[in-house]
Design a protein around this ligand. Structure first.
Ligand SMILES: Cc1cc2nc3c(=O)[nH]c(=O)nc-3n(C[C@H](O)[C@H](O)[C@H](O)COP(=O)(O)O)c2cc1C
Length: 335
């Protein structure tokens, strides 16, 4: 049943399939129909950043941008679910079409541009969810907020999601919001981290709980840049780093239909690049904070490789689109 649904969804226009699947999961997640996609959660408990995870395989950000299907994804056996990216105010994102499949390489190019209903809607969804595993909330900035006021957008989101998140991811690596990736460098990064950390301290006192802050970085970084980011993260006492987002590189898909579409490339063509970033990051961080590995993980081997490279948890997106819920169990059982 699952694989028939999977095949049908892969025949349709990508965003239509996505919207249909999200609506269907949202409507069925609290009904008996959830048997179609439910499977036992593999128990491989790990503790990372003070949080207990039933297993280390999570759903990456961007699939459930509005947090509407947390329980559906939870019942598929994910060890944790990351929702968002969410912005202070809802926004439509870029013009369609904006998702492209490159099935020859089991890859995806997207330029969604943080389409979402805004942070208040997401908070209501998280509050209504029943999933017992960790829920990460990924926050971003609105497209029309100038780069120099980015911190303000992150703080608006941070304040609103803090009481409801297991961890919060600060996304500074989407290639589809102009200027966002500039926040990964030098002074812009340091002042962003200082502002976020100060807010976290205040929120911790207000709510009586410490919610870890993770930063999500791009794969398009050289060794020197990774080292410099690592130093900033350690100085700021960040709680973890998610590596990586999608890539701007097209080397691995040259000549394929849609290869020249603008946006971020993900899937099996990203495996090596993300792995290398994880390796370099692990070396620079020297265990100062946990790494969450994401990018091209598509089977037990690539998942194990990422953990061996220094990641404590992993996430999947594109491979889940191509392979469906069975992938979660295959990976979790092998770890
Ligand atoms: C259609 C699509 C939308 C995405 N949206 C987001 C997002 O909103 N926020 C984010 O941090 N990452 C987003 N990502 C990136 C993924 O979370 C992940 O980092 C990336 O796709 C690499 O993993 P993968 O190769 O397993 O897909 C998106 C990816 C895709 C394919």
């Amino acid at each position: 049943m699952q694989s028939i649904a999977q095949k049908l969804l892969l025949q349709c226009e990508p965003e239509k399939s996505h919207d249909f699947a999200i609506k269907w999961l949202h409507r069925t997640q609290h009904t008996p129909l959830k048997w179609v996609y439910s499977q036992p959660t593999v128990q491989k408990p790990v503790k990372v950043a003070g949080i207990s995870f039933p297993n280390p395989v999570g759903l990456a950000a961007g699939l459930d941008k509005n947090g509407e299907c947390i329980d559906a994804f939870g019942s598929m056996g994910f060890g944790f679910v990351e929702v968002g990216t969410v912005t202070p105010v809802g926004q439509p994102g870029n013009a369609k079409p904006r998702i492209f499949r490159l099935p020859e390489k089991r890859a995806i190019i997207n330029r969604m541009g943080f389409n979402n209903y805004g942070v208040d809607h997401l908070v209501n969804q998280v509050k209504a969810s029943r999933f017992s595993g960790p829920v990460g909330i990924n926050i971003g900035k609105n497209k029309d907020t100038p780069e120099e006021h980015a911190l303000n957008d992150y703080l608006i989101c941070l304040n609103k999601v803090y009481p409801y998140a297991s961890y919060i991811t600060v996304n500074i690596s989407s290639p589809n919001t102009p200027g966002l990736r500039n926040l990964q460098y030098g002074e812009a990064l340091d002042s962003l981290l200082t502002g976020l950390k100060q807010a976290q301290e205040t929120l911790c006192q207000t709510h009586g709980k410490y919610v870890p802050l993770f930063i999500k970085i791009a794969p398009d970084l050289d060794a020197r840049e990774i080292d410099s980011i690592a130093r900033s993260l350690v100085n700021a006492k960040m709680d973890g780093v998610i590596a990586t987002n999608t890539t701007l590189s097209r080397d691995a898909v040259q000549g394929l239909p849609h290869a020249e579409e603008a946006g971020g490339l993900s899937g099996e063509v990203l495996t090596e690049m993300s792995l290398e970033v994880t390796q370099k990051l692990a070396k620079s961080l020297d265990r100062a904070m946990p790494i969450i590995g994401v990018g091209g993980i598509h089977d037990a081997k690539t998942a194990k490789e990422r953990l061996n490279a220094g990641a404590s948890l992993i996430q999947v997106y594109s491979a889940f689109i191509y392979q469906g819920p069975a992938l979660i169990r295959t990976i979790a059982e092998a770890l």
